[in-house]
Design a protein around this ligand. Structure first.
Ligand code: GDP
Ligand code: GDP
Length: 455
């Protein structure tokens, strides 16, 4: 490495940074208007439009990547929607429940100016039950005079209230230090007790694509549609189902059952649920209604799974309803609308008739194999060497940037670091990804490639 102009520390640092694997998840919960979205913006250090969000408007995303003191984690924002027909307590509880379930630690935001309300107390009970580490954020403490208000929140029994002004940034550094202490280095879902346990599948897709029907079909039993107040009873969220002689864990199946009372904010609620399920899973089976046009909502769900770095299987459901013409157009649509997951295994199923149910497990196994593939450094560099001499990077400004060497820094999903003598253009990066896929498979998995340029 030293001969190529990189020193050993550079190389090791780059490999470590690229190979981080799944990030721990922090959920930010609390009543509407306590300042959750403002705080999330502050944490992620960006002015995203989340605060302006209107209820009922589909949110693109609820999960963001953040970094503090050199550690990276994900933040789940539960702000941006309002109480629905259930009333304030139940809707706050329902959103908090999903977020807490997916999280490794929780920031509970309370408006220090208002003090603890009954709704806050209800969330405290949920937090106690979940047993996840909690950092109590006493928000809207914009100056020293507000500190006394924050101290009142000791009464919640969640330990030290951290006085914060999400709006101005006051106290957020100290609070984030506490968050880092509460957050495990790696998500418990992935590296904790679950190691060696059943593989975790998130069955996701927009409403009415047939998720509960499919689950019923594969589980071989008719399920009850749960018709209850969200958050009042905890129904099982993960379900063990045997398929193809192997036990799989379908995560967050409670979310698949219909919460019939939830109407307003249902879109937002659905994205939160999807994000939570994806966080907990290793592989996302994305169900798409084959008889309808592929929609922006389908694409968003695909993006969520890809950005979370999960293995992906595409299942086109309701195949029993398709005629010749629709099949023709569907193929075209898949090419144009789902290009970002052209590498995902595909199954065409019918939850109604049971068509091709037996193809689901092999597809899932293929995707998980790709997700866990590790290419030995020697093989990778032999491949890169050949590729670079056969297809050199275009000359730019009289210079020809070259890939000097590379290594796979991590798996689940595969992450590569390439070391180069100059800036590598996006087109060439895509070319390398394509060739890596052709050479080593990686079916069903996103792959990350980062490039380090020699100074
Ligand atoms: P959410 O519903 O919990 O996500 O709350 P928002 O982040 O949308 O904030 C609700 C309102 O409180 C907005 O008008 C914010 O500007 C305001 N707000 C948020 N944080 C602070 C703060 O630290 N101090 C003050 N004074 N206002 C804040
Ligand atoms: P979910 O909202 O994604 O859980 O969707 P459901 O499982 O509730 O299904 C929505 C509707 O699609 C119901 O009326 C189902 O009977 C219907 N459905 C689900 N799968 C199929 C299928 O494979 N073929 C047909 N024709 N209808 C289906």
């Amino acid at each position: 490495a030293a001969e190529e102009g990189f020193d050993v520390e550079d190389v090791e640092g780059a490999i470590e940074a690229a190979g981080h694997g799944p990030l721990p998840v922090l959920a930010v919960v609390g009543r509407p208007n306590v300042g959750k979205s403002t705080l999330v913006n502050r944490i992620i250090g960006r002015r995203e439009a989340v605060v302006e969000d209107k209820p009922g408007v589909t949110r693109d995303r609820v999960t963001y990547e953040a970094e503090w003191a050199g550690r990276r984690f994900k933040v789940v924002d539960t702000g941006g929607w309002e109480q629905d027909v259930l009333g304030i307590d139940a809707s706050v509880a329902a959103q908090a429940e999903y977020a807490i379930e997916a999280a490794d630690a929780v920031v509970f935001v309370v408006d220090a100016k208002v003090g603890a309300t009954d709704t806050d107390e209800a969330v405290v009970r949920l937090l106690r039950k979940a047993g996840k580490p909690v950092v109590l954020c006493a928000n809207k403490v914009d100056g020293p005079s507000g500190e006394a208000d924050a101290a009142y929140l000791w009464s919640l029994g969640l330990g030290e209230p951290h006085p914060v002004s999400a709006l101005h940034g006051r106290g957020t550094g100290d609070m984030l230090d506490a968050v880092l202490e509460a957050l495990p280095e790696a998500p418990a879902q992935t590296f904790g007790t679950a190691v060696g346990g059943p593989r975790r599948i998130a069955l996701i897709g927009r409403p009415n694509v047939g998720k509960s029907s499919l689950l019923n079909k594969v589980a071989g039993e008719e399920r009850v549609v749960v018709n209850e107040l969200a958050g009042t009873t905890r129904d099982p969220v993960d379900e063990l189902i045997e398929l193809g002689g192997v036990t799989w864990k379908f995560v967050d199946t409670a979310g698949i059952r219909k919460r019939v009372h939830l109407q307003q904010g249902a879109d937002y609620y659905a994205s939160l649920r999807t994000a939570a399920a994806v966080e907990k899973a290793e592989v996302a089976v994305i169900l798409i209604d084959a008889c309808e046009n592929i929609s922006v909502q389908d694409q968003r769900i695909v993006t969520m799974a890809v950005e979370a770095g999960r293995a992906v299987v595409l299942a086109f459901n309701k195949w029993d309803t398709l005629d010749e013409e629709r099949r023709y157009y569907l193929e075209r649509e898949i090419e144009t609308e789902l290009g970002q997951v052209a590498w995902a295994p595909r199954v065409n199923v019918s939850a109604r008739t049971g068509r091709h149910m037996e193809k689901l497990v092999p597809a899932i196994e293929t995707a998980l194999d790709g997700w866990e593939t590790r290419v030995p450094t020697g093989r990778l560099n032999a491949f890169l060497g050949e590729l670079v001499s056969a297809h050199p990077h275009p000359v730019r400004g009289g210079k020809q940037p070259r890939i000097l060497f590379g290594t796979q820094a991590g798996t689940k999903p595969p992450r590569f670091v390439l070391f180069a003598s100059g800036f590598i253009e996006a087109g060439y990066r895509r070319f390398i990804e394509r060739r890596l896929r052709e050479e080593f498979g990686f079916e069903g998995t996103p792959i990350h490639i980062s490039v380090r340029v020699r100074e």
